[in-house]
Structure formats: structure tokens, C-alpha cells
Write a protein that binds this ligand. Structure first.
Ligand SMILES: NC(=O)C1=CN([C@@H]2O[C@H](COP(=O)(O)OP(=O)(O)OC[C@H]3O[C@@H](n4cnc5c(N)ncnc54)[C@H](OP(=O)(O)O)[C@@H]3O)[C@@H](O)[C@H]2O)C=CC1
Ligand SMILES: N[C@@H](CC=O)C(=O)O
Length: 361
């Protein structure tokens, strides 16, 4: 039986939910997927760091029984009050580093360094962190290729809904001209709650409590989170290397609660839409902006934290992928799907992803 040892970097909503999945479903996953998972290290800004590389690794159940804000690894054997990220990522023997610290839309740090250290140490990486992928994805993929490890990031766009793998695997042989999507769970949830009469501030507070929002929800409301997702998706399906300056961004502060409710009364729904399309000269045009969509539009019906991306293709016309766009468990599932991707690649080097990547190189 293959076993993967994991180091979890950041122990907030997403990596905690991954630990829950492993603790609660480890045996079922083992039987279904043919590999076991063992967590050997965890680091977190507040809780510190914890390492256990013998026996069954870290005993997750007692950690998960403690309220998130009250975790203190320094009290445990193998624990320290400091998040010893670099030492743990580089030195502690692990197969896969699961990076889920906060997304920094400006320079991608500290996650960018976490990914680099892991790859340089010969470890596979899976991450839900949009910063490093959107801002430095090309360089990180190349670094991972040179070190012979996988760099997986399904959860960076639409959480656990497999939009990146769908686009990579299912669109072979047809041309994608562009896409438009509702790609932020928080802002979509907020718009729906404002339609129902809540204030923007109260709706944002609900989205935070539900685990949808970024550490700083400004990124959700002002569109910067969608901007990063547009950059990632445009890289994957249009081969575009966009910077933030290439994706003009207007957020929801351009709207008032009255605008949202008046539109709803007129049969329109405001949505924060991210889009990118290929111009006739081959360059790519992209933007993020609120749009009042008629109810019959494919994106108007996605509500709450559900997101959707409509891909415009030559042979199939428009293909829409819809599903959860945010949520702790949903996003932890994305990390699990990345681990499955790593397993498939490691055990069958002629996997679909590998062949497609070789074709693109
Ligand atoms: N939640 C969701 O629905 C989705 C989240 N994502 C992305 O996944 C990542 C994690 O999200 P989520 O778990 O919800 O966020 P949280 O804020 O709940 O968790 C992040 C954790 O990382 C810790 N942390 C911050 N900086 C460091 C550091 N330098 N070293 C170690 N730990 C650190 C934080 O500590 P502290 O709280 O003390 O700052 C916190 O515990 C983010 O990048 C987010 O954008 C992607 C898709 C969906
Ligand atoms: N804050 C983000 C989380 C997923 O990327 C969102 O609300 O979509």
C-alpha cells in the first residue's frame, strides 16, 4: 500500500477540513483510492508548529476537538510556539506539502516561498492559494518540472468543483475562444442576501462565518480574488500570461443595496463577472466587473456560494461548469483531488494530465 506523508502549511478553515477528511474517512479513502495519508507536520501562524514522523504521524482527532483559535502546539510533544515553515517544508521528511495560508494578491508571499521551498526540497505541492499560481504560476510549474515533482492547484478556481481539470482534460481537440464566470462564492452569496433585504455589511459577516470569505474580505468584494482566478483560468485554457494590470477590475462597492434590489424587481440579477477572450490578433482581453444579467442568462441562476464558468468553444458552443465556489470542506476536497492527481501521475506516468502537458510543452 502506497502512503503519502503530508505537511500542512496554515491550519485555518481549509487545511483543518482536510485533516477532518483524513481523520474521518482515511480508511474508506485507503480502500477506494489505494493509498494511505499520514499527516507528519502542521504549521500555523497562531498555533505554532507540530511534527510527528513516527508511528501513525500526528494524532488529528485531539487537535480537531480544540476550537480553532485555542490551538497551541507548543504544549504538545513535537510542538513549538513558532510556525517553523521553512525548516518544516525543507527538512521534515514528507511527500506532499499542502499550502493553505492566506492569499496575498500583491506578491503572493509567504505562500510563494512555501511553494518554492517545497519544490526545491523535492516535495510535491498542492495549494488552494491563488497568489503564487496567478502571479508566478509559469515559473513555479517550470521549477516543479525541473525538480520532477507535481504542482497542483485545483482549488484555486471554484473551490472543489473540478473546473481546471475539466478544462484541461475535456477540451482537447477543440478551441476555447474565451470564458465568463461567477467565480467568487462570497460576493455571490452577499449579492443574494442583499437582494433578500440584508445590508452589505451583514451579508459579508455571514459569508465570513460560513468560511467563504478571504482573511481580508475586501478581496472578495472588490473583485481582486476574481482577478486572480481570471489570470489562473486564462493561463490554463487560453495559454495567456496575464498580470493584474491586464485585468481591469471593478468591485461591488460600485453598487448600492438599492441598485441590487431595484434590478431584482425588474427581473435582473447583479453578478460579479470575470471574463477573458481571445482577440482576432491572438492577444487576450480580460476584465472583472459587476453586470446586471437577465434571469435567462446562464450565469444569472447561480446563487449563494455556487459559482459557474461558461467556456465559449468552436465545436461545442458554450459549455458551462457549475458547482461550489467556496467553503472549507469543498476546498479541502480540492486538495484531496490534487493528492489523487499526484498519485495518478506517480503511479501511471502516462496519465491523461501528463500526456496533455507533454503535448503542450
Ligand atoms: N475558504 C474557501 O472557501 C477557499 C479558500 N481558498 C484559499 O485557501 C487558502 C486558505 O483558506 P482558509 O483556510 O479559508 O483561510 P484561513 O484564514 O481560515 O486559514 C489560513 C490559515 O493560515 C494561517 N497563516 C497565515 N499566514 C501563515 C504563515 N506565514 N505561516 C503559517 N500559517 C499561516 C492563518 O493564521 P492566522 O489566522 O493567525 O492568520 C490561518 O490559520 C487561502 O489562500 C484562500 O484564498 C481557496 C478556495 C476556497
Ligand atoms: N473567498 C473565496 C474563496 C474561494 O476562492 C470566495 O469567496 O470565492
Amino acid at each position: 500500500m502506497t502512503r503519502y506523508d503530508l505537511a500542512l502549511i496554515g491550519f485555518g478553515g481549509v487545511n483543518r477540513a482536510l485533516a477532518e477528511l483524513i481523520a474521518e474517512r482515511g480508511d474508506t479513502l485507503e480502500a477506494e483510492l489505494g493509498f494511505a495519508l499520514r499527516v507528519v507536520a502542521i504549521t500555523d501562524l497562531r498555533a505554532g508548529s507540530l511534527v510527528r514522523t513516527d508511528g501513525a504521524g500526528i494524532d488529528l482527532a485531539p487537535l480537531l476537538a480544540v476550537e480553532p483559535g485555542e490551538l497551541d502546539f507548543s504544549m504538545l510533544a513535537g510542538g513549538s510556539p513558532d510556525p517553523r515553515n521553512e525548516w518544516i517544508i525543507r527538512e521534515v521528511p514528507a511527500d506532499i506539502v499542502a499550502e493553505a495560508t492566506f492569499t496575498n494578491p500583491v506578491d503572493g508571499e509567504p505562500a510563494l516561498s512555501h511553494v518554492r521551498w517545497a519544490v526545491e526540497a523535492g516535495k510535491h505541492v498542492c495549494t488552494t492559494n491563488k497568489g503564487p499560481v496567478a502571479l508566478h504560476g509559469g515559473a513555479l510549474k517550470e521549477l516543479a518540472r525541473r525538480h520532477g515533482v507535481r504542482f497542483e492547484f485545483e482549488g484555486t478556481v471554484m473551490s472543489g468543483t473540478p473546473v481546471l481539470r475539466t478544462a484541461r482534460r475535456m477540451f482537447g481537440g477543440l478551441a476555447v475562444h474565451g470564458f465568463e464566470g461567477v467565480m467568487n462564492g462570497t460576493s455571490n452569496y452577499v449579492l443574494g442576501r442583499v437582494e433578500s433585504g440584508l445590508s452589505f455589511a451583514d451579508a459579508v459577516a455571514e459569508a465570513q462565518a460560513l468560511g467563504y470569505a478571504e482573511a481580508d474580505p475586501t478581496a472578495d468584494i472588490e473583485g481582486h480574488d476574481v482577478q486572480l482566478k481570471v489570470m489562473i483560468l486564462a493561463g490554463e485554457v487560453l495559454g495567456a500570461d496575464l498580470s493584474r494590470a491586464d485585468v481591469p477590475c471593478t468591485g461591488l462597492s460600485a453598487l448600492t443595496a438599492d441598485d441590487v434590489r431595484r434590478a431584482a424587481a425588474e427581473g435582473l440579477r447583479w453578478k460579479l463577472v470575470g471574463s477573458a477572450s481571445r482577440r482576432p490578433d491572438g492577444t487576450v482581453e480580460a476584465r472583472v466587473a459587476p453586470v446586471a444579467l437577465p434571469t435567462e442568462h446562464a450565469l444569472a441562476g447561480v446563487s449563494g456560494p455556487v459559482n459557474a464558468v461558461a467556456f465559449h468553444t468552436d465545436l461545442l458552443g458554450t459549455v458551462t461548469v457549475a458547482g461550489p465556489g467556496a467553503g472549507r470542506v469543498e476546498t479541502a476536497y480540492a486538495l484531496l483531488s490534487d493528492v489523487i492527481g499526484i498519485h495518478e501521475h506517480t503511479t501511471s506516468p502516462a496519465s491523461v494530465d501528463t500526456l496533455l502537458e507533454a503535448g503542450r510543452a
